[in-house]
Design a protein around this ligand. Structure first.
Ligand code: SF4
Length: 287
């Protein structure tokens, strides 16, 4: 079997087919200072080969750039064809769901499925390590709606911190100061565990490492993130939906709460509280 056919088998599995056991996952030595969904840096252009994707994740762009230098033009075109098919499939599936909480839940279920292929890798992410919960996290508008409902249903967050984080510019230097308590995600509990784990954003689900958790909080640490190309294609599809918006969690959540003019200071602890169930509940994603 030609490797492009093999890769397509990994990227495009049809309903009812057995999931291939081999994965497209690999480790990279790239040290993230943020875990953005998309690279919104001014002037950054998507790789030409991915022009059919409005907002490819930077990880997907980097993967394609690396493969282009390794593959023949024929094989590279085959790979792009596989990615396009997977992208179209994910886009069509996401469009089956209502925008907002329902589609956020569908995205999370789909992401868990794609990330599941790395279960056999020696992942070092553990409850309580939480280094990645101090990075700049980006979310879709659908996910902002899901988080808004969680908060409006009574989950207490530190609104002062949310307010301060929401005023930062994209990729603000403050996010790069590892261990800075001001960088704590407002959903991170006192024991270093995500308090909304079942409803955590897609980007949190796909951020996994095989290196020591201590490196995630070490300036210049050689973190080894695991990247799954299907997860990157899925996230690219979610952020590229027509009319879809995305941005940093604090900005998006603050806007969703329509809290722009509220006085900061209504602080409450985010630790040790039960998470109210979201009204949309979990959706079933078939196929
Ligand atoms: S939502 Fe949860 S997993 Fe994601 S950054 Fe916040 S605390 Fe961490």
């Amino acid at each position: 079997m030609h490797w492009v056919d093999w890769a397509c088998g990994l990227l495009i599995d049809e309903p009812g087919q057995k999931r291939p056991s081999r994965t497209f996952a690999y480790s990279s030595t790239t040290k993230p200072t943020s875990i953005p969904m998309t690279n919104a840096s001014a002037g950054t252009q998507a790789h030409d080969a991915l022009a059919f994707i409005a907002k490819p994740t930077p990880q997907l762009r980097a993967t394609i750039a690396a493969q282009e230098s390794l593959l023949s033009s024929t094989d590279f075109a085959g790979l792009i064809g596989c990615i396009r098919s997977a992208f179209d499939k994910f886009t069509a599936k996401l469009l089956e769901f209502a925008p907002g909480i329902e589609r956020a839940s569908a995205l999370h279920e789909m992401m868990d499925r794609e990330i599941g292929v790395v279960a056999s890798l020696p992942l070092s992410c553990r409850m309580g390590c939480s280094g990645c919960c101090h990075y700049e996290v980006e979310i879709t508008q659908d996910e902002a709606e899901s988080l808004r409902e969680i908060v409006q249903n009574g989950f207490p967050i530190d609104r002062q911190r949310l307010y301060e984080q929401s005023t930062r510019e994209r990729q603000d230097a403050a996010w790069g100061r590892l261990g800075n308590p001001a960088n704590r995600c407002v959903f991170l509990g006192n024991a270093g565990a995500c308090q909304i784990y079942e409803q955590r954003p897609a980007i949190c689900r796909k951020h996994l490492v095989t290196s020591s958790p201590s490196l995630c909080t070490t300036q210049g640490g050689a973190v080894l993130p695991v990247q799954v190309i299907l997860a990157e294609i899925l996230l690219s599809a979610a952020t590229s939906l027509e009319g879809a918006t995305f941005g940093s969690l604090p900005k998006m959540l603050r806007a969703a709460l329509q809290n722009e003019n509220a006085e900061p200071g209504a602080d409450v602890s985010a630790g040790g509280h039960a998470v109210p169930s979201i009204s949309g509940g979990r959706v079933r994603v078939s196929g």
